[in-house]
Design a protein around this ligand. Structure first.
Ligand SMILES: C[S@@+](CC[C@H](N)C(=O)[O-])C[C@H]1O[C@@H](n2cnc3c(N)ncnc32)[C@H](O)[C@@H]1O
Length: 221
């Protein structure tokens, strides 16, 4: 099948064999031990300190166990919605949110691909995609849909588009092919992704490195 044309039915096949319960448990252990990772911290600091999240609604696409949402709710966000194409996080996510005391403000939806069905998701003040555009074949369509659902700001992270990252993605994809898994990683053009948001009225005011990730924060101009 052409990679440009993933549909909702492919979502579970594509993501669930890779983003498993074990993956979720690993993230939860790391979060319990060390808190947010450097890119996650940058996202939360940008939103809480530079944009302001008091009373804000948050939509996270591919938010995994939901640790960024938890931290934003602790800093005053009123509610979050998490969209996931893998159902494997749910048990762990429920446990982590209950422990944090934020479960009452968090909604989780499985199987809604925002790029294909943007109208199926409510608009939010803040839209986040952390480590997601590099898992999705059509970053333009996904970011355009994200911009369409964001009242104030879109934040996304992406890997740098350098030879080393491209080699790592190609090797990872070869491994996936050999294992007969449908998942593929992508190293999309950072400037093209930013342009998608700019064409929809956002200004990329924040572009920072955080470890091996780049963080982009685009505010509605
Ligand atoms: C590398 S994981 C990152 C999860 C989490 N953001 C983290 O950093 O721990 C990428 C996740 O994005 C999800 N995903 C990819 N495309 C998506 C889409 N269009 N809508 C919702 N989730 C998506 C996958 O199911 C997967 O769980």
């Amino acid at each position: 099948m052409d990679d440009c044309c993933v549909d909702a039915a492919d979502g579970a096949d594509r993501y669930e064999p890779v983003f498993t319960g074990r993956f979720a448990e690993r993230i939860a252990r790391r979060y319990a031990k060390d808190g947010l990772t450097p890119p996650e911290r940058r996202i939360v600091e940008f939103l809480a300190d530079e944009v302001g999240v008091q009373g804000a609604t948050v939509l996270e696409i591919g938010g995994g166990i939901g640790e960024i949402q938890i931290e934003l709710i602790k800093r005053g966000a009123s509610a979050s919605v998490n969209l996931e194409l893998s159902s494997a996080y749910e048990e762990v996510a429920g446990r982590v949110a209950a422990k944090a005391g934020t479960a009452h403000a968090m909604t989780r939806r499985i199987g809604v691909d925002l790029a294909l069905h943007p109208e199926a998701v409510d608009v939010a003040d803040v839209v986040i995609l952390h480590r997601v555009v590099c898992c999705y074949p059509d970053a333009t369509r996904l970011l355009a849909a994200a911009a369409g659902r964001a009242r104030r700001v879109v934040v996304f992270t992406h890997p740098p588009r350098d030879p080393l990252t491209r080699l790592a993605a190609a090797s990872g994809n070869l491994l996936m092919r050999l294992q007969r898994k449908a998942y593929r990683g992508y190293v999309h053009s950072p400037d093209a992704m930013v342009a998608v948001l700019e064409h929809r009225g956002f200004e990329a005011r924040y572009r920072q490195r955080a470890g091996s990730w780049r963080v982009v924060g685009a505010v509605r101009a």
